[in-house]
Write a protein that binds this ligand. Structure first.
Ligand SMILES: C[S@@+](CC[C@H](N)C(=O)[O-])C[C@H]1O[C@@H](n2cnc3c(N)ncnc32)[C@H](O)[C@@H]1O
Length: 332
């Protein structure tokens, strides 16, 4: 407990978020009355325009624009490669390749090498040092204290499933259904999620902290389109992480409705989206070839909350974690 350690490809972080030093769930200028907020006040999200090289090549080859499902399969394969890198070893390798190019006056290799060295250093900082992608302390702060017992949790667009596992650690006895229409997410991203990664949660008998691992959780992984799910209003929590910002405004009401559709009365929708901040814009620019296969926006928590509020939810909690906005809401 209260322990943190750098592994070759991720950070172990068992530090409690409640000690003020580590409190990461911050809301500057909280919105007190969402009914008074308008789009004129908050403006619209920032659209990321740079596109991954393999999407451009695919479109040239096929003479048509890439459909969303294919784009997600490309994204998931590309993103997963970064989670399994031995980052210190990769930094050494990329540096060596760069200097080899320099020695040989191979300017193509040097130019490529600068990009590779920059990307691996950026990934090291954002994911491994700062833990900005998984951000367990921020997520625990966002998820804590909700009024549920042994909840049924539905994770829409689950990818590797990280956040539902963090929720399951905090609400013991949870039954989790993860949904993603990319089979690779179940067969590889989730299947290869490290079994030794510790999730800090609660012991239901003693109320004291307890560590859980992936194999401790009750998880069903469904490969299907969210729009085709057979479930009714049977979940205590419906969760999405990085989903809403991939749809333009005309589709967003439908995406918000995906959360409402499966919630029991009184259940919680929990959503996060990447923040619109300079460092995030730079991240998606430098990592364009890894990340930008699909339509993508960066937004403020006010913009995110307004999409959710105006589509029929009351906002219970809203704020910033490291690189995402977080909202917990209930159907109005
Ligand atoms: C940006 S990812 C979520 C972020 C995630 N935490 C990660 O690490 O990649 C969104 C996921 O939603 C899935 N998805 C998008 N639209 C979907 C749909 N209509 N039905 C099911 N899954 C969908 C994609 O396949 C993708 O894995």
């Amino acid at each position: 407990m209260e322990h943190t350690e750098l592994m070759p490809n991720y950070r172990v972080d068992l530090r409690s978020h409640i000690s003020p030093e580590y409190q990461k769930f911050i809301c500057f200028n909280p919105v007190n009355d969402w009914s008074l907020l308008s789009w004129k006040d908050v403006g619209k999200p920032y659209e990321v325009k740079s596109v991954a090289r393999d999407r451009k090549l695919w479109e040239q080859e096929h003479g048509t624009s890439m459909d969303a499902h294919t784009a997600w399969t490309h994204f998931n394969q590309s993103f997963h490669q970064w989670f399994i890198k031995d980052v210190p070893a990769e930094i050494t390798k990329e540096k060596a390749a760069f200097f080899k190019g320099l020695k040989a006056f191979n300017f193509h290799q040097v130019r490529e090498g600068i990009g590779d060295v920059l990307r691996i250093h950026l990934w090291n900082y954002v994911h491994r040092i700062q833990d900005g992608v998984w951000d367990p302390r921020g997520k625990r702060a966002l998820f804590e204290g909700l009024d549920v017992q042994k909840p049924r949790i539905l994770f829409l667009g689950a990818a590797e499933g990280y956040e539902a596992m963090q929720l399951a650690a905090m609400y013991p006895g949870a039954e989790v259904v993860m949904v993603d229409y990319d089979e690779y997410c179940r067969s590889t991203r989730f299947a290869e999620f490290p079994e030794s990664y510790p999730f800090l949660g609660d012991n239901p008998q003693t109320g004291s902290p307890q560590i859980y691992y992936k194999n401790d959780f009750n998880i069903e992984y469904v490969v299907d389109d969210i729009r085709k799910l057979p479930f009714g209003k049977e979940f205590d929590m419906v969760l999405s992480v990085g989903l809403l910002e991939h749809f333009p405004d005309e589709i967003k009401p439908e995406v918000v409705d995906w959360h409402r559709r499966f919630l029991k009365p009184g259940g919680y929708a929990i959503m996060t989206t990447p923040r619109n901040q300079l460092r995030s814009r730079l991240f998606y620019q430098i990592m364009a070839d890894v990340m930008n296969h699909t339509y993508r926006e960066l937004m403020t928590v006010q913009q995110m909350g307004l999409y959710i509020y105006e589509n029929g939810f009351d906002i219970c909690r809203h704020g910033y974690i490291k690189v995402h906005n977080g909202v917990v809401a209930r159907v109005r």
